[in-house]
Design a protein around this ligand. Structure first.
Ligand code: ADP
Ligand code: MG
Length: 249
């Protein structure tokens, strides 16, 4: 134990410092996440469409799948790319290929997150928190939905809250992503008893009660994919032959 170490409250400082140094997300991890979202959307396309058939116009699964298929093609064509470029490309592709409410809403969310990440080659969990915050702000600026309106905001808001709380408590990127996944799923299930006050489902009034919101469901899917990606990325890096160095800028 060095003198410096003894003088510094490591119990508080070390977890945060380690997260930024070790819990690093780079373009490969972002690609892993986007690929996982695309795969899950393909698997859940019909389910999402069924949910939208009950309280909307039966296109959410098809919309999201079309958007992410276009995203995967587009990002395969930009290599190398920074995490910010990947997310901005995702947002722009979404806006141009997905109509309805979800296109501009998710498009804005990805664009805003990409803006926050800027030109960084890698980022830690705290910048990811800022990116998630900017996504929620973007969604609310465009759609003006609050928690309880039975929209994607009902999954995104608690996910962000859980992610932030976990970081504040000294958690890692993985535990924060895990908390976000759990909170998003809970928020998604919490939309079932709600009456929709925004979007197409609001036209149904009380008849929207008793159905799970499709947008909250796709948001929960994205957080499940994020948790999967950060854990898979970490195990790839640390399992014997690291696929890339973790130190450096
Ligand atoms: P559309 O309703 O135009 O057919 P989608 O079916 O693709 O678009 O997406 C519907 C989802 O969009 C809803 O389930 C809801 O979560 C989300 N949504 C709709 N309006 C809003 C809004 N104003 N703010 C946030 N999310 C919204
Ligand atoms: Mg729809």
């Amino acid at each position: 134990m060095t003198q410096t170490a003894a003088a510094v409250p490591w119990g508080r400082l070390l977890p945060e410092a380690r997260q930024e140094a070790v819990g690093i997300v780079d373009a490969a991890c972002v690609r892993l996440w986007l690929g996982e979202v695309a795969a899950r959307l393909e698997a859940e396309r019909d389910f999402l469409t069924q949910l939208d058939a009950a309280i909307g116009d039966a296109d959410h699964g098809v919309n999201m799948h079309r958007g992410f298929t276009a995203v995967m093609t587009k990002i395969a064509g930009i290599e190398p790319a920074t995490p910010g470029q990947l997310l901005k490309t995702t947002g722009r592709t979404f806006v141009s290929t997905v109509g309805g409410a979800a296109g501009p809403l998710y498009g804005t969310a990805f664009l805003q997150a990409g803006e926050v990440l800027g030109d960084h080659e890698r980022f830690g969990p705290r910048l990811l928190l800022d990116a998630l915050r900017a996504s929620l702000e973007g969604v609310q600026r465009i759609g003006a939905a609050s928690v309880g309106d039975k929209t994607m905001v009902d999954a995104l808001t608690p996910a962000l809250g859980a992610y932030e709380l976990e970081l504040r408590m000294g958690g890692s990127l993985e535990t924060a992503a895990s908390g976000a996944r759990e909170a998003a799923a809970e928020g998604m299930r919490g939309t079932i008893p709600l009456q929709a006050r925004k979007g197409r489902a609001s036209y149904l009034g009380p008849r929207s009660v008793g159905h799970q919101d499709p947008g909250a469901t796709s948001t929960a899917l994205m957080f499940a994919a994020l948790e999967h990606a950060v854990i898979a990325d970490r195990s790839q890096r640390f399992a014997g032959g690291a696929r890339r160095p973790v130190s450096g800028s």
